[in-house]
Design a protein around this ligand. Structure first.
Ligand code: DNO
Length: 368
């Protein structure tokens, strides 16, 4: 397990690189050029800038999350080839600083969806909350108007610059079935994976969050069967998965441990977090600890340990605790606690397996 930590960039994150450096066992940041719209090439100079900032603290930038996919690619429109060409240029530019993994998603229109960024937990902390009925009853176009009329009304993943075109996008997706979307993903992967092989960068698709249909839009990265199909679209080690326990785990029929075993050679990035599921389909994110939510993070870490997982891993969304002001879900405190929980489990499994000698250095021997 190689621990990394998501960082939104200087001036764009309440968490600083020196803070990240002090979280035990973190070796790199998970980053992106968040201001570059999907479909545009990431310039080499901008990438070099991040490299300089990050390496000053002895951290690496091996993992990017995300290089987002232009809607034309997902829709299979005639202009998709240009956007795929641009994506390939970005891959090459990222290879120039030795990036190893690119996380991306194939969700139409929206990225992750929640109904409340600050849902309450019994300990008075807050966390990202999803109220199923609210989403089921919501007409997305009405929501667009609501957003337009009230700039304070926000839902994560609903970037303001997308709103103008949202109506058109919904109309465009009316004819797109899940099978079409799979086909469009295949078309994209067939062009991009050979470049990834040549430049030694692995692609890791992130599951849909939540992993079911919302607003009538097709969704395909939802279940073990779907992940299997996606890996088979273009069989290559470079066609891989970001296995997100929280995104997939809100479906009770998803068995994360079985996925870890089946897809072990294609899991290039592990997102580990916990979620509490309610009977009515609502869910709220919790601390990473197994006992606090519905997902058995302890057994998940054991499954990763069993397969000898040496891929990049990050804690995922955290609660907002100790009055921290941060990006929703991305504060320092709860994610750092999450990391210590993951390491605690990992180190204990090392010990159980008799592998502790290789893992632990004598504390009196580190260089001063
Ligand atoms: C939210 C994240 C997602 C994720 C993308 C990956 O916190 O899990 O935004 O980064 O879906 O492409």
């Amino acid at each position: 397990m190689r621990m990394v930590f998501r960082w939104f960039g200087e001036g764009n994150d309440s968490v600083t690189l020196p803070q990240i450096k002090q979280i035990p066992g973190v070796e790199g940041v998970v980053w992106a050029l968040h201001d570059i719209p999907p479909g545009e090439i990431w310039p080499k100079a901008r990438i070099q800038e991040i490299k300089k900032q990050v390496e000053r603290y002895g951290l690496h930038l091996d993992v990017v999350e995300s290089v987002n996919i232009h809607e034309s690619i997902k829709l299979g429109r005639a202009d998709r080839d240009q956007y795929i060409t641009n994506y390939i240029e970005t891959i090459k530019n990222l290879a120039s600083v030795d990036v190893k993994v690119i996380c991306y998603n194939f969700m139409p229109v929206f990225d992750w969806v929640r109904t409340d960024l600050f849902g309450s937990l019994p300990d008075q902390s807050t966390a990202l909350f999803y109220e199923k009925a609210k989403v089921t009853d919501m007409d997305p176009l009405e929501l667009v108007e609501k957003i337009a009329a009230n700039p304070d009304y926000t839902m994560p993943g609903w970037e303001p610059e997308r709103l103008e075109t949202l109506k058109d996008l919904f109309a465009a997706y009316l004819d797109v079935t899940e099978d079409d979307l799979i086909d469009h993903l295949r078309y994209f992967l067939e062009k991009v994976i050979p470049v990834c092989e040549e430049y030694d960068i692995k692609l890791a698709i992130h599951p849909d969050d939540p992993p079911w249909e919302i607003f009538g839009l097709p969704r395909i990265v939802t279940t073990q069967q779907r992940l299997r199909e996606i890996l088979n679209l273009v069989p290559s080690k470079y066609n891989g998965i970001t296995l997100c326990s929280g995104a997939l785990g809100v479906r009770r029929d998803n068995d994360i441990i079985s996925m870890i075993r089946e897809f072990q050679d294609h899991i290039h990035f592990a997102h580990i977090r916990n979620v509490k599921l309610y009977e009515n389909g609502d869910f709220i994110e919790t601390s990473h600890r197994a006992n606090d939510g519905s997902i058995d993070i302890n057994r998940i870490v054991r499954a990763y340990h069993d397969i000898g997982f040496d891929g990049y891993t990050r804690p995922d969304h955290g609660r907002h605790i100790w009055n921290e002001q941060s990006r929703p879900g991305y504060g320092l405190y709860d994610r750092a606690l999450g990391i210590m929980y993951l390491w605690g489990l990992w180190d204990a499994y090392q010990l159980v397996k008799g592998k502790d000698e290789s893992n632990v250095t004598n504390p009196y021997e580190f260089e001063r």
